[in-house]
Each structure stands twice: as C-alpha cells, then as structure tokens.
Design a protein around this ligand. Structure first.
Ligand code: ACO
Length: 409
C-alpha cells in the first residue's frame, strides 16, 4: 500500500502534490550508494560487500575506510588510514572538566550527547560542513575519539581514573584497555574478545536511512557543523525503538530470568501477544527486515565464541534468548507479522559477558555507527541536488480566527 497522494491545491490553493506518509514507510529521502538491505532475503551489503564477508575477513577500520571512501583499502591505504585514526584518539584535556559537570549516575547516552556536541567547541578547524577538508578531518576525529569518550564516560561513572589511549593497540584493543585497565596493574587484551568487539563494531557501522541516520542528514542539511549533526544522531539512537533496544532487551531477559527463566517464557509470550499489555519482545522486529536480520545471525555466532572463551557456555540469559527465539519463530503471531530477531537481540548478551555494563550498550552502538553517520552526511553534502530537509504537514488545526480580549476568553 503506497502513501496517500494529497492534492494540495485543495488545501492551500497552490499547485503541485505531496505525499502523506507518517513514519516514512514508503518515502525514499535520498539516493545512496553506501548500504543496501534486501529485507525479504535478509541481506545486508556495505558498498556491495556482504556483511558476512566483511565480518569474517576485514576489521572495523577497514570497514570505516570502505564506508567513507567507497572501496576497501589496499595495503598502503590501510596502513595510512589506521595510523591516521589512531593518531587522533586523544581528546582535548578540557573535555575532562566538561565531563565532571555531569552527575556520576547520569545515563551514558545523556553524557555522550553532550560530549559529542561539545567537540565542536574544541576543534574549530573542522566545523565547516561545506568544506571537504573540514569534513575529512572531522570524520577522522570522530571515529578516533568516540572510543575514548565512551571509555571516559564509563570510568567517570565508576569513579576510576581515565586511561589514556595507547596507539600501538588495535582500535578495539585500545577501547578494551581504556575501559577495563587501571593504573594499578598490567592489562592484556584477550584476542578472542578483541575480535568479537571489532565484529560488533562492523555489524553496527551503517544501516542506510534508519531513524538516527535520517536525523543526522536532516540536522546536517541546515549547514550545521559535523559534530553537532553526529550528536543529533546519538540522541536519536538512544530511544528503545532504535539503538536503545539492546539495553531494553537485556533488561527484558533479566526480568524474565527473575520471574523463573525458561519455564516462564510461554507466560511472557502471552503478554507480548496481548496488544493491551504494551509489552514487546525487545530485539525482535524491524521496519525493513521481514526475514532474519543477517547481523543477528552473526551476533549469535559471536555470542557462542565469547561465552566459550570465557567459560560461560551455560549462561542462563543466552539459553533464555535462544528459547524465546525458538518459540517466537514457530508462533503464528510472529510468523504472520514476519518478526525475527534483529541485531539487538544477542548483542547485549555478548557485551554483558565482556564486562560492559548494560547502560553502556547504546553508547557502544553510537561509537560504531559514527562512521555510517559521517559517510551518509558526506554523501548528502556532496550531492549537487542537496537541499535543506523540510518535510511538509497536513494541517488539521483551527481555521483563521481573531484573538479575543482577555475578559472575553
Ligand atoms: N514484539 C511484539 N510485537 C511486535 C514487535 C515486537 N518486538 N515488533 C512489531 N510488533 C508487531 C506490532 O505490534 C504490529 O502488530 P499489528 O500489525 O497487529 O499492529 C506489527 O508487529 C508491525 O509492527 P510495527 O510496529 O508496525 O512495525 P514498525 O516497522 O513500525 O516497527 C520496530 C519496527 C520499531 C523495530 C518494532 O518491530 C519494535 O518496536 N521492535 C522492538 C524494539 C527493537 O527491537 N528495536 C530495534 C530495531 S533494530 C535497530 O534499530 C538497531
């Protein structure tokens, strides 16, 4: 069913037509060459490369290069790009003082929205969105500094000293060290966990015109600076219908576990199917995928790998999640609506096993998605047809009327 076509001449006495499409179910907002999704097949390609091959054969910074520049790097390009990003991982020392203004129990996404927006106050040589050189250096800075900011937000929340980046480590390894090391003891990066984290970053790197990406494009279309546009994306991602679903999903699994675990799955599913309950199976369903989200498959494999490595193969939440999935995939309610696990269904279990606190999950998603937001922003600005985004409305309010004096209202 397509959107209704409204003849605006009847409404406004003007010429032309526009579409009424709440939630943009069938409106394309742009041409794009970055990410392709076939929702019926459950297929995801970045610049033509299947997500499965990228997750297997490339690392996150290769994927960043691919999304930003259109193809995978050769050896020289790879070396230069990795070095460039890793040379920008430190943040201006003043950011510490800004961070200190937050309550220690602030939600990390509240902190990240502020920190990312605040970068525009520090890096004035990369704030002109219409200047390709500014956009380029802003891209490198954002990709490089996001792990540092997320780790700083975490360390601040637990009252530990910040760990400065170590640029000889990999992107994921550096993040792990900034998160989990302390100045009191040596820290060795576990290569299995490092690879798993890197894969989480790859799987979250871009996803065409989702809510946060569309937010970044719309925000950037006004000519604001790249840091402000990415901060808008962080804010949008926070919601539980979008990136916040990973946190909501883990909370849901813990609640079912507290109710009695696998034995209570049937009861919980009845609540989900009762439209009056307001309960959803978090980590399930997607606007575009009407088949298994390919990222969820890879995430489930990563879950196995991480839990085995950490000796947690009997993890009750993983068992619970698999039981929910099995029941849902055989249930008429889910089958009829084509509801399958999405990327958030298993990602929380992996992150929790790695030692990442639940509240930080969406900030990690934001870290990984930053490159996608930037690539989409660059594509928009470079398009000669780009204009400020300005949706229309169907006005359904009062007709013209006169203001009455106060004593007559
Ligand atoms: N649990 C139970 N029922 C669901 C779920 C779910 N997770 N998802 C959709 N449905 C039902 C809806 O109630 C609706 O039923 P109806 O036709 O009887 O009214 C039908 O399936 C279609 O769902 P919509 O909400 O219309 O689909 P939409 O495309 O607008 O929403 C969304 C997609 C927001 C992802 C939805 O599936 C959802 O809320 N899922 C749970 C949250 C979640 O996991 N979000 C993460 C998405 S992935 C990401 O952003 C990274």
């Amino acid at each position: 069913v397509g959107p209704d076509v409204i003849d605006i001449r009847k409404l406004y006495g003007q010429t032309g037509k526009f579409t009424y499409d709440p939630g943009f179910l069938s409106t394309a907002s742009c041409n794009s060459t970055i990410t392709y999704i076939d929702g019926d097949k459950g297929e995801l390609l970045y610049r033509g490369y299947p997500i499965e091959q990228l997750a297997e054969q490339c690392d996150y910074l290769d994927t960043c290069y691919l999304l930003l520049y259109g193809d995978l790097p050769n050896g020289d390009q790879r070396g230069t790009f990795h070095k460039r990003v890793l040379n920008h991982t430190m943040v201006n020392e003043q950011m510490q003082f800004f961070l200190r203004g937050f309550r220690r129990d602030a939600h990390p996404m509240a902190v990240m929205t502020g920190l990312v927006g605040a970068l525009s106050a520090f890096y004035h040589d990369s704030t002109d969105i219409n200047n390709p050189e500014h956009r380029e250096i802003a891209a490198i800075r954002l990709i490089a500094k996001m792990p540092t900011l997320v780790a700083m937000a975490y360390k601040y929340s637990v009252g530990q000293p910040y760990m400065y980046p170590r640029n000889e480590l990999s992107y994921a390894g550096n993040f792990m060290r900034m998160m989990f090391a302390t100045p009191c003891e040596d820290y060795k990066v576990n290569p299995v966990i490092e690879r798993a984290l890197d894969r989480i970053f790859i799987l979250h790197a871009d996803h065409e015109q989702n809510a946060s990406t569309s937010t970044v494009r719309l925000c950037g279309s006004s000519g604001t600076n790249p840091f402000a546009a990415i901060a808008a994306g962080v804010a949008c991602l926070w919601g539980p219908s979008h990136g916040g679903a990973n946190e909501a999903c883990l909370n849901m699994l813990e609640e079912i576990q507290a109710m009695g675990g696998v034995a209570k799955v049937g009861e919980f599913m009845e609540q989900v199917k009762d439209k009056n309950s307001g309960v959803k199976l978090m980590g399930f369903g997607h606007r575009v995928y009407k088949n298994y989200d390919p990222r969820a498959k890879l995430m489930r494999e990563t879950c196995h790998e991480v839990l085995n490595e950490l000796g947690l193969h009997d993890d009750p939440l993983f068992k619970l999640a698999m039981s929910l999935e099995k029941i849902a995939l055989e249930d008429d309610y889910f089958v009829a609506r084509k509801l399958y696990p999405n990327v958030d269904f298993y990602s929380g279990i992996v992150q929790r096993a790695i030692g990442i606190p639940v509240q930080l999950f969406t900030a990690i998603f934001a870290l990984a998605r930053t490159v996608g937001w930037i690539a989409q922003l660059n594509e928009m600005i470079a398009d000669p047809e780009y204009k400020i985004g300005r949706p229309r409305q169907l006005f359904v309010g009062a007709a013209t009327r006169n203001v009455k004096p106060l004593n007559e209202r």
